[in-house]
Design a protein around this ligand. Structure first.
Ligand SMILES: Cc1cc2nc3c(=O)[nH]c(=O)nc-3n(C[C@H](O)[C@H](O)[C@H](O)COP(=O)(O)OP(=O)(O)OC[C@H]3O[C@@H](n4cnc5c(N)ncnc54)[C@H](O)[C@@H]3O)c2cc1C
Length: 373
């Protein structure tokens, strides 16, 4: 089966790997592979950290994906010899004042109501785990099974693995999905070339709605949600795990990597396709990070970037068949695309190759928005 994948972000790459490994002939179309949110993301694997009421299906998907991560990374590293920068050292959410503590307590109760263990810590216990935490930290919630990955390492490893299985990278922009007799039959590139395909996967992140050729009912309802992050570097031991916190109601996190990088994120802004880094964005991130971990100002500043999360109307991904036979959607992963990569790849490879969506993916069928087959 010939599969054309539009978009080589984390979702397109992971799916291309899985589909190519199952014997499909895969063409990955992207002018700048892993150039979207994948190149900016912090890479937290924290399904509980981003938890909100009413998002239980998304939580289940996140947990399923997190559970797949160790084997996913081991298989990838084994096949390619490349590191994905995977750490399974957990995450710690901390609180400063009575409001933050009440919020953590709510979170703990919610997790327990779902049968998930949550470890509440006093300020002293939290500082014992992370000695550089601010003295004002009054409590914490430990998620020992959380982790992180470096998306800037994971993406090239996925591309190498997909190529090992015969996938081909086409460095061009997809102008439109070619629809013949009502079904998707390929992809037209920006130079006019047509790639014929039996199935097309639209996985162009927040740009997915802008790829031409689709009838209105098939266009995925995704929008860009801007996020700015700052990258720092340390040569001495800093944090042992991801630290998150609410500072005056706005959330901030610090994600340490084994190579000494520390990613501080992230802003959340509805500004369309705007990827400018602003002085205010950087200032707020560093100001809030310093409240959590005062020593952060001693680190070397290496980079500030902005990316666009593919947001959907219910914050959850769209995965599965669309209104056009042969066209599968894999977009809308919003804040969790890195976390959700392993499970999404399995769901989407099955939708493309078997024509079925496994149980774990069924709450995320595009048809819930009327984008239906
Ligand atoms: C600041 C920030 C922090 C984040 N932190 C985390 C985190 O800690 N954990 C987590 O799980 N998630 C995180 N995310 C979210 C995560 O990055 C996204 O959910 C994920 O990258 C979405 O993957 P994607 O492949 O759908 O899209 P993208 O990564 O955006 O990739 C889309 C790809 O499509 C390509 N493309 C666009 N148009 C076309 C076209 N016409 N033809 C061909 N190719 C095209 C682009 O070049 C790009 O390579 C974060 C996001 C941001 C912005």
């Amino acid at each position: 089966m010939r599969i054309a994948v539009i978009g080589a972000g984390i979702v397109g790459l992971a799916t291309a790997w899985r589909a190519a490994a199952r014997g499909a002939s895969v063409a990955l179309v992207d002018p700048e592979p892993a150039g979207g949110a994948t190149s900016v993301a912090a890479g937290m694997l924290a399904p509980l950290g981003e938890l909100a009421y009413g998002e239980e299906d998304l939580l289940r998907l996140g947990l399923a994906s997190r559970d797949r991560y160790p084997a996913f990374v081991a298989e990838l590293e084994d096949e390619t010899g490349l590191s994905a920068g995977f750490l399974d050292t957990g995450s710690l959410q901390v609180a400063f004042d009575a409001d933050d503590l009440a919020h953590l307590d709510d979170l703990r109760r919610f997790q327990e109501s779902l049968g998930l263990p949550a470890e509440a810590l006093t300020g002293r216990e939290a500082r014992k785990l992370e000695p550089l935490l601010a003295p004002g930290v009054r409590g914490g919630l430990l998620a020992p099974r959380d982790g992180s990955v470096d998306p800037r390492r994971l993406a090239p490893a996925l591309l190498a693995a997909a190529e090992r299985h015969g996938a081909r990278l086409v460095r061009r922009r997809a102008a439109e999905v070619v629809v013949t007799g009502g079904a998707a039959t390929g992809v037209k590139l920006d130079d006019g070339t047509v790639l014929a395909a039996d199935r097309v996967l639209l996985a162009a992140g927040p740009w997915s709605g802008g790829v031409g050729g689709l009838p209105p009912g098939a266009v995925p309802p995704v929008r860009p949600v801007k996020g700015q992050v700052v990258r720092l570097r340390t040569r001495v031991p800093f944090l042992n795990r991801t630290v998150r916190g609410l500072v005056r109601g706005s959330s901030v996190y610090l994600v340490p990597r084994a190579d000494g990088e520390v990613v501080v994120g992230a802003t959340q802004e509805e500004l369309g396709f705007d990827t400018r880094v602003t002085a205010g964005g950087v200032w707020e991130l560093l100001r809030d990070a310093r409240e959590l971990v005062p020593g952060v100002t001693e680190l070397e500043f290496t980079e500030a970037t902005a990316g666009l999360r593919p947001g959907s109307p219910d914050n959850a991904p769209l995965m599965g068949p669309s209104a056009v036979p042969g066209l599968v959607l894999g977009t809308g992963h919003y804040r969790n695309g890195v976390l959700l990569a392993p499970v999404s790849a399995d769901v989407l490879a099955s939708a493309l190759l078997d024509g079925t969506v496994p149980e774990v993916g069924r709450p995320f069928l595009p048809e819930r928005f009327g984008v239906r087959a």
